[in-house]
Each structure stands twice: as C-alpha cells, then as structure tokens.
Design a protein. Structure first.
Length: 153
C-alpha cells in the first residue's frame, strides 16, 4: 500500500481508490493535481483533501449536504465535459458526483464554506475540479452553523 508523509497526519497509508485527480489543480495550487480524500470517524462529516506532493497542503471540506440539504447544483457545461459527465444535465449527487465545499477558518469561531465554487468529483473516474458557479445563488463565505454539519452526508 502506498504512503505519503504529511504535516498533519504523519505517515499516511492510502489506497489508490482514495486518490482524486485534479487535472487543473485548485485555484492558487494549479500544480497540485493529486489528492487523497480522507474521512476520519471522529471528524465526520468533515473530510480532508491531502496533497500527495506537498506534505503541508491539506484542505478541509464538508459534503454540501451537510451545509445545505437543498443545495441546487449549477455546474457549467464546460466543467461537466471536462469531468466526463453529460453536459446536457446536472449530475445526480451521491450517484454520479460527490460535491464538497472547501472550508475557510477565519478564526476558530466563524468557519465559512465556499458554496459558490464547490469541488465536484466524478465518482466513476475520480476526476475532480473546483467548479465556479455562473450565478450568484451562493456565497464563497457561507457561514457554517455547528448544528448544520452534524450527521448529514
């Protein structure tokens, strides 16, 4: 089983099925294209996107459903095509795609989630990208309420 040294988790063994490819990287981290998605029972529903090439780069994320159960998908045609999904319709959450909101910790008492540009993962191919919405339905600094992140996936 492969392993990677990390700043926050020490030596981390992972399965290849847990690796997600970001062909364009993430904004400001365009050269970072491979991440391990980690879920730890004690932190559920929080997930970690650990870079495989930079030990100190790890993003915090939550499934969109843990923040907003009624979230309306708005992935652009171009992003759908890049992910290998049908560009004529929005994909089905949980069946076709995993949707994650990256978390920003402004201070320990006011975390926010980026609902304007969620990470979209094609569950079949494990290809992923951060998809910037073309509308203004959601904010890049959506406040996270402690109760909203409990038990939802």
């Amino acid at each position: 089983m492969p392993s990677v040294e990390t700043k926050y988790f020490g030596s981390l063994e992972y399965r290849e099925e847990a690796v997600y490819e970001f062909p364009r990287g993430l904004p400001a981290f365009e050269s970072e294209t491979r991440f391990v998605l980690m879920e730890r029972p004690e932190n559920k529903p929080l997930v970690f996107l650990q870079s495989l090439s930079r030990p100190n780069l790890c993003f915090l994320a939550l499934p969109i459903g843990a923040i907003d159960r009624d979230y309306q998908l708005g992935v652009s045609r171009e992003d759908l095509e890049e992910l290998g999904l049908d560009p004529e319709r929005q994909p089905k959450l949980g069946n076709e795609v995993l949707l994650l909101a990256l978390i920003a910790l402004h201070d320990k008492f006011s975390p926010t989630a980026n609902l304007m540009a969620p990470v979209v993962v094609n569950l079949k191919t494990r290809q992923a990208l951060q998809s910037i919405r073309q509308d203004s339905l959601y904010s890049h600094e959506h406040p996270i309420q402690p109760a909203s992140a409990e038990g939802a996936c």
